[in-house]
Design a protein around this ligand. Structure first.
Ligand code: FE2
Length: 274
């Protein structure tokens, strides 16, 4: 059975329109009301995925030069990000540049500013008990406690099953075979593991094709999100997926055969085995 979704044509949305896509628990806690319009005028997204039940969202984000969060905050959800252009400073965490990745468990206070602007794949995990993630929300906290976790002060408990991948330059990670239970591919794809759930094997990886190849149709018992970062994936009987487009394949569903050109690079997010 084939039942997957392709998102290639998500429009850019700017400013106050972005607020409409946010959960009330997020948009109502951005900071002083008089500053919100100015803040959002520098914030642009393409919504690649949103789950109204779990509140999971995956956005292609561009923040303009001079973007500064109005307040520091924590989220009840895991926040995950791969910077794909420019740079952004996260208070309490460091300077994130192109290729840098983070997986932040819930509760850690942070805020962002960017002198020159940045582009990123920004992901809120939403409700996921196995990854220790709650609903997408924003809870304001003072600047002074950035980098700490007022929700759970017992550090090991606060970290959850993937730990806190605080600031990982992806270029420093080794390439390894993509596990066949994540994406059956006959050994032709390589991956850098960005974060890994030690209990369930759910993971976020960067995947590359070193040669042009044709992959047969595949089924995985893990949910798959495939976000094309560079190059293009041609899907049999379907459309092409260029950067930045998203494929979502529920657990147990078949993904069509696909042609991948050499140099194509994707982010692969896989869920727990159901
Ligand atoms: Fe955040």
């Amino acid at each position: 059975m084939t039942n997957f979704t392709i998102t290639t044509d998500a429009p850019w949305v700017n400013g106050l329109q972005v607020l409409e896509t946010m959960t009330p628990a997020f948009r109502n806690n951005l900071g002083p009301a008089e500053g919100v319009e100015g803040l959002m005028s520098k914030y642009n997204i393409r919504q690649l995925y949103q789950d109204p039940v779990t509140t999971r969202r995956i956005d292609h984000v561009r923040a303009d030069p001079g973007y500064v969060d109005l307040t520091c905050a924590y989220h009840d959800s895991v926040e995950e990000c791969l910077v794909i252009g420019g740079s952004v400073t996260l208070d309490g965490e460091g300077l994130m540049e192109t290729g840098d990745y983070f997986w932040r468990p819930p509760g850690f206070v942070h805020c962002a500013w960017s002198e020159n602007g940045f582009e990123a794949i920004l992901m809120m995990e939403g409700i996921s008990p196995t990854d220790g993630s709650g609903p997408v929300s924003r809870v304001v906290h003072p600047h002074e406690i950035a980098g700490s976790n007022p929700v759970n002060t017992i550090e090991e408990d606060a970290l959850g099953p993937r730990g806190w991948v605080r600031h990982q330059p992806s270029g420093l990670l080794p390439w390894a075979p993509v596990p066949e239970d994540a994406w059956p591919h006959g050994g032709s794809l390589q991956a850098r593991t960005l974060s890994l759930n030690v209990n369930t094997g759910a993971a976020s990886r960067l995947v590359r094709a070193t040669t042009s190849l044709e992959l047969p149709a595949s089924v995985s018992n893990r949910e798959r999100f495939i976000i094309v970062l560079e190059g293009v994936i041609d899907i049999s009987d379907q459309t092409s997926v260029p950067a930045i487009g998203l494929l979502h394949v529920p657990a147990g569903q078949e993904l069509n055969a696909m042609q991948i050109t050499a140099g194509t690079k994707v982010m692969l997010k896989t869920g727990p085995i159901l």
